[in-house]
Design a protein around this ligand. Structure first.
Ligand SMILES: Cc1ncc(COP(=O)(O)O)c(C=O)c1O
Length: 404
C-alpha cells in the first residue's frame, strides 16, 4: 500500500475516482499502547470495529494479544498471531460456528446470555470440560450514543440462574457486559460493576473474570469525552470493591476507542445541486453511521491538493452515489460556500465502524487504500503517553470549524 505524508500530498499526485480509505496506523499503535499501559487488566480488541489487516497487524505489533471475534471470518483474520487468545463474545452463535471455533481453531472463550445458548455451546463443543464461559448481563446503556442492550444481555433473574448453571460446567466462569458504544459517562461502568457485585452476592457464585466490554468513547465534533483515564479510575475503584476482585481477572473489550482515529475517507464531489453535494460514497458505504445514527464527523474540503481557504459557513446536505433517497447523511455539514464538482472532502474519525459497514449496493462498493503519516483531525492520543489526557484538536482542524 502506498504511503504519503498527508492526504493533500496524495491529492497533488492523484485524482482518485473511487473513495479512498486513508489509514493512519501510527494512531492505532499509539492508542493500543496507551490502553495496554493504563487499563488495569487485559485489553481485548473487538475486531468488528476495524478488521483491516494493516490495522490488526499494527495492534498486534503494539502488544495486543487478545481478540474478540464475532464470526469465523473475523477469527480467520487474527488466527495467525502467535501467542494470541481468541474470544467469541457474540452472545448468539450458530452451533456449527461454535463447533468449528472450538475444534478447528482452539477457541475456549464463549459469551452467552441464556440457558439455550449454554446448552448449545456444550453440545457443539462435545461436552468439553475446558470452556471459559462469559455470562453477558444487561446493564444501563442510557449514557451511550449507540445502545446495545435491546438485543443482548441476561436480565437479573435470568442471570442468577444462568450463572449458577454455567458455574457447574465451566472450567472458568466470567461475567461480561456492554454499557453501549460511545459511552459518555464513566459512571456507567461503576453502576454496571455494582450490578455484577449484587449478582455475586445473591448467588454466592465465585467468578474468575469480569469483562467490562467496550463503550470507551472517541472524539467527535461536539462530543468531547471525559479523559479515558477517568474511565479506568472509575472501573478500578468499582472493581476493587467487588466481592471476588482478589482472584478475578479484569478485562475490557474496546473497539471504537482503539481505532476511531486510525482512518479518514477521502471522497469526491460528483455534483453540486443548490446546497446539496453528491458524493462517491455514502450511507451504504463508509458513512453508514453518519446516515443512520447521525454521528458527527470532522471534515475538510480540498481542491488542487490544498485545503480550500475560507470560512466553513455554508451548510450542505450530502447524498451518496446510489439511486436510493435514503443514501443521505442526516445532518448538514458546514463547508466553504464555493464547493463544486471535482472538490474532495476528507472526513475524519472513520477508523471504527465505517469501512467494515461498506456494501456493494448499486455496484458502488469499491474503494482505494493509502497510508498517511500525519495527525488525524481530532485525537485523544496525540501527545506523550500519560494520564490526564485532554482532547487535542490538530492545527488542520481549528476551533472555528467545530460543529455542534
Ligand atoms: C461484544 C462486543 N464487544 C466489544 C464491542 C466494542 O464496543 P466499542 O466499539 O463500543 O468499544 C462491541 C461492539 O458492538 C461488542 O458487541
Amino acid at each position: 500500500m502506498e504511503s504519503f505524508e498527508s492526504v493533500c500530498d496524495y491529492l497533488k499526485a492523484a485524482q482518485p475516482v473511487n473513495p479512498v480509505l486513508c489509514h493512519r496506523p501510527h494512531t492505532a499503535a499509539r492508542s493500543a499502547r496507551w490502553f495496554l499501559q493504563n487499563f488495569p487488566g487485559d485489553v481485548l480488541y473487538a475486531v468488528k470495529a476495524n478488521p483491516a489487516p494493516l490495522i490488526l497487524d499494527t495492534l498486534y505489533e503494539a502488544g495486543i494479544r487478545h481478540f474478540d471475534v464475532a464470526s469465523l471470518f473475523e477469527l480467520e483474520l487474527v488466527k495467525g498471531f502467535a501467542g494470541a487468545r481468541h474470544y467469541c463474545m457474540n452472545p448468539v452463535k450458530h452451533p456449527d460456528h461454535i463447533r468449528r471455533m472450538y475444534f478447528d481453531y482452539g477457541v475456549r472463550d464463549f459469551a452467552l446470555d441464556c440457558m439455550d445458548e449454554l446448552e448449545k455451546i456444550f453440545a457443539a463443543c462435545g461436552y468439553a470440560d475446558d470452556l471459559s464461559l462469559h455470562v453477558r448481563i444487561t446493564v444501563d446503556n442510557s449514557t451511550s450514543c449507540v445502545p446495545l442492550d435491546a438485543k443482548f444481555g441476561a436480565h437479573p433473574d435470568e442471570a442468577a440462574e444462568l450463572l449458577v448453571a454455567a458455574r457447574t460446567r465451566a472450567a472458568a466462569l466470567g461475567v461480561s457486559f456492554h454499557v453501549g458504544s460511545q459511552a459518555m459517562n464513566p459512571m456507567a461502568y461503576a453502576s454496571a460493576i455494582s450490578r455484577v457485585n449484587s449478582l455475586i452476592r445473591d448467588t454466592g457464585v465465585i467468578i474468575d473474570s469480569l469483562d467490562v466490554g467496550g463503550g470507551f468513547p472517541a472524539a467527535y465534533p461536539g462530543m468531547q469525552p471525559r479523559p479515558l483515564d477517568e474511565y479506568f479510575h472509575v472501573i478500578s475503584e468499582a472493581f476493587n470493591s467487588t466481592l471476588t476482585s482478589e482472584t478475578c481477572r479484569l478485562m475490557c473489550e474496546p473497539g471504537r476507542a482503539l481505532v476511531a482515529e486510525s482512518a479518514s475517507m477521502l471522497l469526491n464531489v460528483t455534483l453540486r445541486k443548490r446546497e446539496w453535494l453528491y458524493l462517491n460514497d455514502g450511507a451504504y458505504g463508509s458513512l453508514f453511521d453518519a446516515a443512520h445514527l447521525d454521528f458527527p464527523y470532522p471534515v475538510r474540503a480540498i481542491r488542487d491538493g490544498q485545503e480550500i481557504a475560507g470560512d466553513y459557513d455554508t451548510e450542505f446536505g450530502l447524498y451518496g452515489p446510489t439511486c436510493d433517497s435514503i443514501d443521505a447523511i442526516k445532518r448538514p455539514l458546514s463547508l466553504p460556500a464555493g464547493m463544486r464538482e471535482g472538490d474532495y472532502l476528507e472526513i475524519g474519525q472513520l477508523g471504527a465502524y465505517a469501512d467494515s459497514m461498506r456494501t456493494n449496493f448499486n455496484g458502488f462498493g469499491e474503494r482505494d487504500e493509502i497510508v498517511v503519516m500525519d495527525e488525524p483531525m481530532l485525537s485523544l492520543f496525540n501527545q506523550p503517553l500519560q494520564t490526564g489526557l485532554r482532547l487535542s484538536v490538530s492545527a488542520a482542524y481549528s476551533d472555528e470549524q467545530t460543529r455542534d
